[in-house]
Design a protein around this ligand. Structure first.
Ligand SMILES: *[C@@H]1O[C@H](CO)[C@@H](O)[C@H](O)[C@H]1NC(C)=O
Ligand SMILES: *[C@@H]1O[C@H](CO)[C@@H](O)[C@H](O)[C@H]1NC(C)=O
Ligand SMILES: *[C@@H]1O[C@H](CO)[C@@H](O)[C@H](O)[C@H]1NC(C)=O
Ligand SMILES: *[C@@H]1O[C@H](CO)[C@@H](O)[C@H](O)[C@H]1NC(C)=O
Ligand SMILES: *[C@@H]1O[C@H](CO)[C@@H](O)[C@H](O)[C@H]1NC(C)=O
Ligand SMILES: *[C@@H]1O[C@H](CO)[C@@H](O)[C@H](O)[C@H]1NC(C)=O
Ligand SMILES: *[C@@H]1O[C@H](CO)[C@@H](O)[C@H](O)[C@H]1NC(C)=O
Ligand SMILES: *[C@@H]1O[C@H](CO)[C@@H](O)[C@H](O)[C@H]1NC(C)=O
Ligand SMILES: *[C@@H]1O[C@H](CO)[C@@H](O)[C@H](O)[C@H]1NC(C)=O
Ligand SMILES: *[C@@H]1O[C@H](CO)[C@@H](O)[C@H](O)[C@H]1NC(C)=O
Ligand SMILES: *[C@@H]1O[C@H](CO)[C@@H](O)[C@H](O)[C@H]1NC(C)=O
Length: 859
């Protein structure tokens, strides 16, 4: 009986010792040594935090092998959160020494494998604190060195990860050596990189909220989320709000994903994964592997002219084995060593994209295929290129080749070419025999590394949920499925079950909320907007759609489902809708500061400061970039203007009315038959019957940017008593009297003369520098290039504003049309003779319409 009682008690005690770590101390002192053998019964553990949450050990993540590391381990999950000698493992008899000079790690032969950097004072103790930080202390308990300052691939709560700090992924969960991927914190963003090329940005992630353009100082995770902070922790620059948790970590996984997970009830729960599309990961399918369905699991295959060498392949090789990949040069060796007779390109066909394109922009825009190929041939760092037929954009694959992203719909006019050398490699066995049979294959390899299985499972479950909500996005301008839908027999009230629909409000309820549409707060192309208050006291803006084309309820709801599923900090959120009878209401979040035009052009109230203007410009660019490419579907706004840029607290810009142009446009055609958008912001292609693309929005954005700089409408009368009273501006393009100033032309002229300060809002006085104005004006002029393909993408605009992509120079030859517009304005204004915005809009349209389809005569 006694022994029976004693035995469980002893077992309990033993467990308690292991778990609570009473058997190890919180401190060790110099002349301490540890090896795995020495502490083998505790799996190498020699140090524990006070309450046992963390331990330090000479540990081997693989069970039966010889790679031992000095690690800090989260006890409950057995997760390695830090390792010292990740690139120089030791055997189980290798030793760690703690001396007064610091920590050093030797292999069994006594060779030094790793040590702490030289330390200024003598070490008095080593401790592991309750946050999981391994610290060397001096004799006053001051910190001499901390593992938190040398993070490997994981950040813990309480750890401040500084700007220009890096995390490096491990090769795998059991091999901790530095792998392929790299996380870097810049002063404005978190970047994931592969061999120096960016493949993900936190600010572009749909779960990240960008709050400010302040300079970031560090990143941290806490109980409520992930934060990029500046101003000594007082300013939140970017935040990712997450469920409340007492313990969470942020890690760069060996798969290349940046994840944030919390540990609850004995297991890890993933709260955040970036990129959410695994195909964005450079090596998702190995070299030149074609990756599709990245939000489920990676389905890998090889593109045309390539096949996978082995079933376990880490990529694809040319099908014709007389070709070999072009060896990328590096900066030290830029000789075009391969003679051009051996240089060749293998076409992989249409429907591909490359991970870096979104972040580095095209090498050249608006060129033909030959030019694009010659550019690539002329630089040894180019190892392949992608060419977009519609825009003539030429993108490079640089140095190391990664995986391709495949989507035959999305990138249907973009083709890829891989640079190869002919006859320079011996034929690989088996390479030639299966070319015809395998040309159709595609060898499907589901890449499910054990380390990523969990992440992918979570993503997969998320996807299922998302599919069930039916958030299937459709392409911006075409809607083939509309013809497959059953006819609108389901006009039957409320019998609609369109997945992904936002909250449906009762129309009576909305009448009450708006007090029978009492407070009009705006009106636009789609109808009037009223202020309302929901029963939960939240304030909303209710748009009563009047100008609806002939459209059934199903069509309406389908579009609403798409819009309702778009979430971005710079896009106004749709909270719900109501559709009863002929009444159509859209319920949006309410923006406290109204629209940009009121704040920008108004002479009452405080003037919009430069930093606020810049934040608005950047926020609008981010919102548009997201609409154009951040989510599955491409949405062209078609009506970017200050009235549609709303301002929230802290002058955070939010674009409104996106996705609505489709409601007005029942034609399936990609061409818009009726004129949309607002004159003055309309790109020339609206009038020349060219196709409308996302570059049409870029033009309108450029026009808005100029108005943000000047603080007034682009086409306005300039009278002597009005705006330019500063007296210093000479008014190059203008003479005297009351006349129309076409500001874009003025901006072009001032750009040519380098006189940027003349363009700024006089109300800002000297609170803005020429460099700051130059940045916005150059970006704006590039955006209004006449030729759509010469305009940068919105992602490139964001890069230029943030500083990650060099500022481009506008092309004068693509801006000469402004001179023509300007002249028409001058003429029109002398006829009109009185100030009336409506009339100018009309005149502007006339000026536009009488344009010759080609402006070549004016170039
Ligand atoms: C550690 O060992 C060295 C040399 O063996 C000795 O000089 C030193 O006093 C020792 N220090 C402590 C704290 O025991
Ligand atoms: C240990 O202490 C930390 C910090 O005080 C606390 O967050 C954690 O929950 C504690 N762990 C245990 C097992 O008590
Ligand atoms: C350093 O910390 C330890 C443990 O908390 C304490 O016992 C010791 O007195 C401290 N020493 C000094 C000099 O503060
Ligand atoms: C990791 O990021 C840093 C900072 O951007 C960069 O200097 C370094 O080259 C990157 N390392 C790798 C292996 O890409
Ligand atoms: C987490 O950090 C942010 C930014 O410093 C702060 O606003 C928030 O209150 C913190 N949350 C908790 C639970 O401490
Ligand atoms: C941040 O705080 C430190 C110490 O409190 C201070 O020296 C420093 O000037 C502060 N920096 C800023 C930008 O406020
Ligand atoms: C892949 O398979 C080949 C032969 O089938 C083998 O030689 C090679 O070691 C394998 N590679 C990996 C990484 O497993
Ligand atoms: C760069 O080129 C030199 C000379 O060809 C080569 O020795 C070196 O390994 C290359 N470095 C890298 C990182 O490829
Ligand atoms: C290689 O040389 C070409 C032509 O001289 C140059 O344009 C290119 O920038 C160089 N590339 C690298 C990686 O140095
Ligand atoms: C170019 O490559 C071909 C084929 O390998 C070879 O015969 C020829 O000598 C090379 N020319 C030069 C200038 O290296
Ligand atoms: C491509 O453009 C270049 C320069 O603009 C021109 O010389 C060349 O003839 C064009 N090639 C084709 C095939 O159109």
């Amino acid at each position: 009986m006694g022994t029976l009682l004693l035995f469980p008690a002893a077992a309990f005690l033993c467990c308690a010792l292991l778990v609570s770590g009473i058997s190890y101390s919180e401190f060790v002192y110099p002349n301490f040594t540890a090896s795995n053998l020495q502490f083998v019964e505790n799996s190498g553990t020699f140090l524990s935090s006070r309450n046992g949450s963390f331990k330090a050990a000479i540990f081997n993540p693989r069970s039966n092998q010889i790679n031992f590391y000095l690690c800090v381990i989260h006890v409950a999950s057995n997760m390695i959160i830090w390792s010292a000698n990740r690139d120089s493992p030791i055997s189980n008899s290798g030793k760690m020494y703690l001396t007064q000079e610091g920590i050093s790690i030797f292999d069994e032969k006594g060779n030094l494998k790793w040590s702490t950097p030289k330390i200024s004072a003598r070490v008095n103790a080593m401790m592991l604190n309750e946050l999981g930080n391994l610290i060397l202390l001096d004799r006053y308990n001051g910190s001499l060195w901390e593992s938190f300052h040398q993070p490997t691939d994981t950040i813990l709560m309480g750890q401040l990860f500084p700007v220009s700090g890096s995390l490096f992924s491990a090769l795998s969960n059991s091999d901790l050596s530095v792998g392929d991927y790299n996380l870097t914190l810049t002063s404005s963003d978190v970047l994931l990189q592969w061999r120096g090329q960016t493949y993900w940005k936190l600010s572009m992630d749909q779960n990240a909220f960008v709050n400010s353009n302040y300079m970031a100082e560090y990143m941290a995770v806490n109980r409520t989320g992930l934060y990029l902070l500046g101003g000594n922790g007082t300013v939140v620059i970017i935040q990712v709000a997450l469920p409340l948790s007492d313990f969470r970590v942020a890690s760069l996984e060996s798969s290349g994903h940046f994840t944030i997970k919390r540990f609850v009830a004995g297991k890890w729960v993933n709260d955040f994964t970036g990129p959410s599309d695994s195909c964005q990961i450079p090596l998702s399918c190995g070299r030149i592997g074609s990756c599709s369905d990245g939000s489920v699991s990676n389905t890998c295959s090889c593109p045309a002219n390539f096949h996978s060498a082995f079933l376990n392949s880490t990529g694809c090789v040319p099908m014709d084995s007389t070709y070999s990949f072009y060896p990328a040069c590096n900066s030290t060796d830029n000789t075009t060593d391969s003679n051009s007779s051996t240089l060749s390109y293998l076409k992989i066909g249409y429907g591909y994209n490359y991970f870096s394109n979104q972040f580095s922009g095209p090498v050249r825009e608006g060129v033909n295929l030959t030019v694009c190929q010659n550019l690539c041939s002329g630089d040894c760092s180019c190892t392949g290129f992608l060419y977009e037929d519609s825009s003539g954009d030429c993108y490079w694959m640089r140095s190391y080749l990664g995986s391709l992203m495949s989507d035959t719909e999305r990138w249907k006019d973009q083709s890829g070419y891989i640079k190869v050398l002919a006859g320079s490699s011996p034929a690989k066995p088996g390479g030639n025999n299966n070319d015809q049979s395998s040309s159709k294959f595609p060898l499907i390899v589901i890449v499910l590394l054990p380390s990523t299985a969990f992440v992918i499972l979570i993503v997969f479950l998320g996807f299922l949920w998302w599919r069930m909500r039916g958030a299937s996005c459709s392409e911006g301008s075409t809607k083939p499925d509309r013809y497959n839908n059953p006819p609108p027999s389901e006009e039957l009230e409320d019998s609609l079950h369109i997945p992904g629909l936002p909250k449906r409000f009762g129309c009576k309820e909305m009448e009450a909320a708006t007090d029978n549409f009492r407070t009009l707060i705006g009106s636009g192309g789609f109808g009037a907007v009223y202020k309302g208050t929901l029963p939960d006291n939240s304030v909303v803006a209710v748009k009563k759609i009047t100008n609806l084309g002939v459209q059934g309820k199903r069509e309406f709801c389908t579009e609403i489902a798409v819009i309702g599923n778009i979430h971005h900090v710079n896009l106004v959120k749709l909270r719900g809708f109501c559709a009863q009878g002929s009444l159509r209401l859209l319920v949006y979040e309410y923006m406290s500061h109204g629209s940009l035009d009121r704040v920008l052009f108004s002479n009452v109230g405080p003037v919009l400061e430069w930093q606020e203007r810049f934040d608005i410009a950047l926020g609008t660019a981010r919102g548009l970039a997201y609409l154009h490419g951040g989510c599955q579907h491409k949405i062209i706004h078609c009506d970017i203007k200050p009235e549609n840029i709303l301002l929230h607290d802290n002058f955070q810009a939010k674009i409104s009315d996106f996705g609505l142009s489709k409601l007005l446009n029942p034609e399936q055609s990609g061409l818009f038959t009726t004129m949309r958008g607002t004159r003055g912001y309309l790109a020339p292609e609206w009038l020349t019957n060219s196709a409308i693309s996302e570059k049409t929005d870029v033009y309108s954005y450029g026009m808005v940017l100029l108005e943000i700089v000047s603080g007034r409408k682009n086409c306005l009368f300039r009278t002597h008593s009005h705006s330019l009273e500063g007296g210093d501006s000479s008014g190059t393009s203008l003479s005297s009297g009351s006349e129309l100033l076409y500001f874009p032309l003025f901006a072009l002229e001032m750009y040519e003369q380098g006189r940027y300060l003349e363009l700024s809002d006089p109300r800002l006085e000297s609170r803005v520098t020429a460099e700051e104005i130059e940045k916005l004006v150059r970006v704006a002029l590039c955006c209004v290039h006449e030729e759509p393909s010469h305009r940068p993408s919105m992602a490139t605009v964001v890069g230029m504003l943030e500083g990650g992509i060099p500022l481009a120079h506008p092309r004068i030859e693509s801006l000469n049309f402004l001179r023509f517009y300007g002249r028409r304005f001058a003429e029109a204004s002398t006829v009109a003779g009185q100030r009336n915005d409506e009339e100018y809009a009309l005149l502007y349209a006339q000026a536009n319409i009488s344009l010759p389809t080609s402006l070549s005569g004016f170039r």
